[in-house]
Write a protein that binds this ligand. Structure first.
Ligand SMILES: C[S@@+](CC[C@H](N)C(=O)[O-])C[C@H]1O[C@@H](n2cnc3c(N)ncnc32)[C@H](O)[C@@H]1O
Length: 227
């Protein structure tokens, strides 16, 4: 994956993607992230992009025309994989991230208010993804979450050594990390980490990872390790 287009009514929210590792990756040309303002595509003379729901009920629904026109303008031949961030979607997990990075070009649609007109989903969207079983005010934060975790696996964005032994690789959570000072408020870094014995360090980290996973996320472990 090298390109992500994010469709939103609130482009200013995405300044966070200009910072730190993702900001550097874009400047270095490793990844292209385009923020597309859906309002630029409305044919309404008052620039309206949402309206009351048919059938009544609370809130507003995002209208199909501006979203449809935006998607057609950036992906006329439907070459991109199109995702709608939605609480109704498949819950995002690490394995899903690995399958999504296989797509060269992704389009992320952010809903707002009560969400988008169902016909947008039926006509234009390949899949819906949720970042968890709770409801947010908009798809902007979920789109940033997805963009962030996908970008980490784009070649050259972060060093490959940082991706080894991370939480969720090998179905384990990561072992505890320590840095200087060697003692802080009476708590010492475990002796093994300053022993210089790499085999012992590796063994300790593996044991810690299994122990932490057993305690915090036993569901990730196989039958044998759970005991
Ligand atoms: C207030 S929510 C709409 C919720 C919708 N009425 C429902 O009950 O399913 C507005 C927008 O936030 C986004 N959103 C909210 N929660 C989300 C989640 N857990 N994962 C992904 N997107 C979410 C979606 O884009 C959604 O269209």
């Amino acid at each position: 994956m090298t390109r992500i287009d994010i469709l939103t009514l609130f482009p200013e929210m995405f300044s966070a993607l200009k910072e730190s590792i993702l900001g550097r990756a874009q400047k270095a040309g490793k990844i292209e992230i385009n923020i597309v303002n859906i309002r630029d595509y409305t044919e309404d003379k008052h620039l309206k992009c949402d309206d009351y729901p048919f059938g009544g009920g609370a809130g507003m629904v995002m209208m199909p025309q501006p979203i449809g026109s935006a998607i057609e303008a950036i992906d006329r031949e439907h070459k991109a994989h199109r995702i709608y961030l939605s609480p109704k979607g498949e819950t995002l997990v690490q394995q899903k991230v690995f399958s999504l990075i296989e797509h060269e070009h992704l389009i992320l649609l952010c809903g707002h208010y009560e969400g988008v007109d169902q016909r947008v989903i039926d006509l234009y969207i390949d899949e819906e993804i949720s970042i968890g079983d709770y409801v947010l005010t908009g798809g902007e934060l979920p789109a940033m979450v997805l963009t962030d975790c996908l970008s980490r696996y784009v070649d050259g964005v972060i060093s490959t050594s940082s991706l080894i032994d991370e939480s969720f690789s090998d179905n384990l959570l990561e072992y505890p990390q320590y840095t200087r000072p060697q003692e802080y408020k009476g708590l010492k870094v475990p002796d093994v980490l300053v022993s210089g014995d790499h085999a012992k360090v590796d063994k300790w980290r593996r044991e810690q990872a299994i122990e932490i996973t057993r305690r915090c996320r036993p569901d990730l472990l196989g039958e044998k390790e759970r005991k």
